[in-house]
Every structure is written in C-alpha cells, then in structure tokens.
Write a protein of this length. Structure first.
Lengths: 287, 296
C-alpha cells in the first residue's frame, strides 16, 4: 500500500464536489427529458425519472417504449419538420459561409475604391439589435413576395455581417500574400485561386463557422415563426412549439418531440466540439 | 501586411457581389426603412401613414412600454450579477492545472448552449410545473417541507427566467473566460506566489487585469443579449401572448413583437426598435469610457 496521495487535501475534495454537483445540475434536465420521452403518460405523473419495478436496478424497463417517437413520425408531421430543419440549416450554413468567405477575401486581400466604406458599413451593423430589423425586414419580404416561402427564411440569412467580419479578420491574420502572389505569377485564374488555394488554407475557420451557423439556424425560432405560415414549411423549432400548444396534456409526447429536435445538433456538437469551441472564442480572445 | 497586387479591378467586386446583393436587400434597405417607419403608423405591411413624432410621444406615456423596459432592465441586472460570477467562477475552478476530468466538466457545463431557446422554453415549462415538474418534485424529495405546489411560473417569474437563462448560458460564457485564463502568464502567478501573495491578491492584481478585455466583452454580450431577451419569456408565457402574470414577463422585444406582428403596427415597432438601439449604443459607449479610464 502506498501512502496517501501527496496532493490530497480537503480543498481539492471541495472543488471536485462542487464541480460534480454543478455538472449534475446541468445534465439532469437532459436525463429527465429522455426518461419522460420513454415513459407512458401515467408513469410521467408517478415517477420522477424511470418507473420503479422488478427489473434490473429496480426499474420497470418493460414499461418503457419508443411509442411516442413512433407517433411523432407517423401521426404527426415531425418527419417533414425534421427535413425542413436539415434543409434550412445546411443550405444557409453553406451559403452564408461561402458568401462571407468570398467577401472577407475581397475586403482583406484587395485594394479598391470604396473598400473602407464597405468594411465600416457592413461590419458596423453587427452592433444593431436584431429586433430593430424584424418589422422592416418583414415588410421587405412582403413586397418581394417571399412571405411563406422557403426563400423568405433562407435569403436574408446568407449575408451575416458577423461572418464577414470573422473571415476578414482571419484572412488578415493567417492567409499569406506570397501564396496568392505566386499562384498569380504561375498564371492561375482569380477564381481558381479563391476556390483551390484560399478556401483550403482557411479550412479550420470554414469548418468552425459552418457548425456555428448550422446550429444557430437549427435553433432559430423567430424568423421562421414570422415568415412561414404554412405548417408544411415549418422547421422543428416552430413545429414542436405548435405541437406543445395542441397536445398540451400529452407531456411525454412533447418531451419526445423536444428530444428529437435537440439530438441531431447535440450529436453534431459532440463530434465536432473542438472546432465549434475554438471557432467561438477565436475572434474574442486573441485580439 | 500589404494587400496583394491585383490584375483587374473587377475581381474584388465579383467576390463581394453575392454578399452585398443580399446585404443591401435584407439588411441595409430594411435599416433605412426602419428610420422612415419610425415616423409612420402602419396596419400590416400594406397601408402606412406618416404621423411625425407621434410614435415617440405615445411611447413616453405608454405604460406597457415602460413596464416592458423596467422588466428588461431588472432582468439585465440580474443576468449580469448571476451569469458573470458563475461563468468566471466555473472557469477559475476548471483552470487549475492539476484538475482531472477537465474536458468532461467543460463538456457538461457547455452542453446547454447547444439547445435552442424554443426547446429550452418547452423543457423549462414542464420542469417548472407544480408537483410533476423536475424542480419541485426533486426539492420535495430532498426537503420534505418543500411545497410540491410551489408556484415558480405563476409567482416567481423573474427567478424562473433568470434561472433558466443561467442554466443555458453560464457554460457558454465560461469557455470565453477559460480561453482568457489560459493566456495569463503562469510566471507572473508563480512569482506572486513566491512573494507570499494570497490567492485573492493574485486574482485581484494579476488574473483580473489580464482577463479584463474578455470580461468587458462578456459584459457587453450579456447586456446586449439580455436587453434583447425575448424568445424564452415569449414562449414560456405564450398563453398570455408573452405578458405573463400581471405583465411581469413582458420584455421590451416581446412588446416590439406584439405591436408589430399582433397589432400590425410596424411603425410603432420600428420606433421602439430605435429607442432600444439608442439605449444599447449608449451603454456600449459608457462601458468603453469606463474601461479606457481603468486602463490609463
């Protein structure tokens, strides 16, 4: 037997204890939601997490079922909403990333008249609260005939001022001029330079920004809520909330729907958390 | 760095064209329209009439507007006092070099940030329920004297909103503090330790000045975010149009949404939007002055 660990102290126990309690408080709502989605309505009212019974660990495993998930995808239009969410998030994250990267490249690596003005004007709008443009933005969509169309949600999201700022900043810091210059001397066309040299160099930034926008669009509620009236166009955020209004007493159904809505982005985040977190903090901490 | 030499003048414009076309249509034009709309009254997007400064004069005596602004200010203050110390505290604990399982803790604390506000609203509306909700049933199981019918959503509106927001965003701000703490030079802390500085003195005189830029940024993010607080109260109290009991959940942006999209007056909504913008810009300027003075 070795002697007590040299760095053992009550202070450390306190820190681990505190962190663990806090982590549990953070995680338990997710656990509760998963349990609720698997239970029947009756068990929802009688048990806090899983219903008690004779099974392993004293839990009635046989009373759990995927019944509510089945209802979501057969009786209710959740499959359609899931597809809509995937569609919005993929198209908008790809488009916003490509347009921001191209714009950021132009603003960081070219000299032309009006560059300073465009930079100040576009990036200056980052500070405006989104609510300011809610009304006049809707008015614009109305006059263009885009209300209640997929494109009414998609188009306005393709030019994020914050994305332009991030890509301009990243290209000033980490895109060497020599590489672009020597490609030009070799006779490489400007658009081939952008697609085959600039974009590959910026890959870490691009993947980080793609995930951030994807998750942001997936979670967006207010834009689709205002722009789309037809239920078949709704993404999950709007669809599940409407579901809650219609099936207010069917609590385990609502939790199953919420779980279906959260799970895809949660899995995406778990797979790509390094890119996601470094992308979030890159602009803020270094400067 | 000197920008690269260019062959033809149209290349940057072609690269900028897709972004600028969308930006001008869906950001710049609505921005200009919002300045005009603020002096108009509208009934849906079809009919508008010029009313001069009526919107602003009406706002000054509109009791619901002031209730909304008051609630928003209280929420912002609570958010600042609760979220920043929690986020910074967690980051300081996680930043200890000898801590095991750091990545797992960080993952746990950050995970709620991935959940959209609409889903958080649904989850918390069930969690805060009387009797069946997770919070009351857990508290009752731990302390038998706890009332299982404790009316969180009914009587403790601000506490519920601040609590849900803390769950959602403490881990989000924490990762910014963690990133900043990792840039604090360890030699400085080591030297102070040898000189016999207490851990509070080391935090106060070394760590805090080093992370002040990030602290300022997070303060600005919390204030601008809280000032635009909308989806959570709007969805949690959806049955009352987002007002909540005795208008206690009504925030400024909820009120803006109600006037613009329930009453169809995009003009008054734009006027409210501009007042909110001016308040936020004013705050940002004041904060910049204060942080400049602290630096010099």
């Amino acid at each position: 037997m070795s002697s007590t660990h040299p760095s053992f102290s009550w202070g450390r126990v306190l820190i681990y204890g505190f962190l663990t309690v806090f982590a549990l408080i953070t995680i338990i709502p997710f656990v509760w939601m998963i349990c609720a989605a698997l239970k029947t309505q009756a068990d929802f009212f009688t048990s806090r997490f899983l219903p008690a019974g004779d099974g392993l660990f004293g839990i009635a495993w046989d009373r759990l079922s995927l019944h509510q998930f089945g209802r979501l995808f057969t009786e209710l239009p959740v499959a359609r909403a899931l597809l809509n969410s995937v569609f919005f998030a993929s198209v908008m994250s790809l488009g916003a990333t490509l347009f921001s990267a191209a714009g950021g490249y132009a603003l960081s690596k070219f000299q032309f008249r009006g560059r300073e003005f465009i930079t100040t004007f576009t990036i200056g709008t980052v500070v405006l609260p989104a609510a300011l443009l809610l009304g006049p933005g809707f008015e614009t969509l109305y006059h263009l005939g885009l209300v209640d169309h997929y494109s009414g949600v998609i188009l306005p999201g393709l030019a994020p001022a914050f994305g332009l700022y991030l890509f301009r900043q990243a290209m000033i810091n980490s895109l060497p001029n020599d590489i672009i210059e020597s490609a030009r001397i070799d006779g490489c066309g400007e658009f081939r330079i952008f697609f085959q040299i600039v974009l590959p160099i910026m890959r870490p930034m691009i993947s980080a920004y793609l995930i951030i926008v994807f998750i942001g669009i997936w979670n967006n509620f207010i834009t689709p809520q205002i722009v789309l009236q037809s239920p078949e166009l709704h993404p999950l955020s709007v669809a599940i909330f409407n579901l809650k209004g219609l099936y207010n007493d069917d609590l385990s159904l609502i939790m199953a729907g919420t779980l279906v809505s959260i799970a895809p982005v949660m899995i995406l985040f778990l797979l790509l958390q390094k890119e996601f977190i470094s992308g979030l903090t890159s602009g803020a901490v270094k400067g | 760095m000197r920008p690269a030499r260019q062959n033809s003048a149209w290349v940057p414009w072609c690269l900028l064209a897709p972004f600028m076309a969308i930006f001008l249509t869906f950001t710049a034009w609505p921005l200009i329209r919002s300045m005009v709309l603020a002096f108009e009254q509208s009934f849906g997007p079809k009919t508008t009439a010029f009313v001069g400064t009526l919107n602003f004069r009406f706002m000054m005596q509109d009791p619901l507007f002031w209730t909304a602004v008051g609630n928003t200010l209280i929420f912002t203050l609570c958010a600042l006092l609760v979220q920043i110390p929690t986020a910074l505290g967690l980051a300081l604990l996680l930043n200890r070099p000898d801590l095991k399982g750091k990545r797992l803790y960080r993952l746990a604390f950050f995970s709620p940030s991935i959940v959209g506000l609409a889903f958080v609203a649904i989850l918390f509306s069930l969690m805060l329920e009387k009797r069946t909700g997770l919070i009351n049933s857990s508290l009752h199981a731990m302390f038998s004297s706890w009332d299982p019918d404790f009316p969180w959503l009914q009587n403790y509106v601000m506490t519920s909103l601040v609590g849900a927001t803390l769950w959602l965003s403490a881990g989000f701000y924490m990762i910014y503090f963690l990133a900043a703490l990792q840039n604090v030079p360890p030699e400085l802390l080591e030297a102070a330790n040898i000189d016999g500085a207490s851990s509070w003195q080391r935090f106060r005189h070394i760590t805090l000045p080093e992370i002040r830029p990030v602290l300022n940024l997070i303060t600005l993010l919390v204030v601008t975010g809280s000032f635009q607080f909308f989806e959570l109260p709007f969805l949690l109290y959806n049955e009352t149009g987002g007002n909540g009991p005795e208008n206690r959940a009504l925030t400024a942006v909820t009120y803006l949404y109600q006037t613009g999209f329930r009453n169809g007056d995009l003009g008054y909504a734009s006027a409210i939007g501009w007042v909110l913008t001016l308040i936020l810009v004013g705050f940002a300027l004041v904060q910049r002055q204060i942080s400049r003075r602290k630096e010099s």
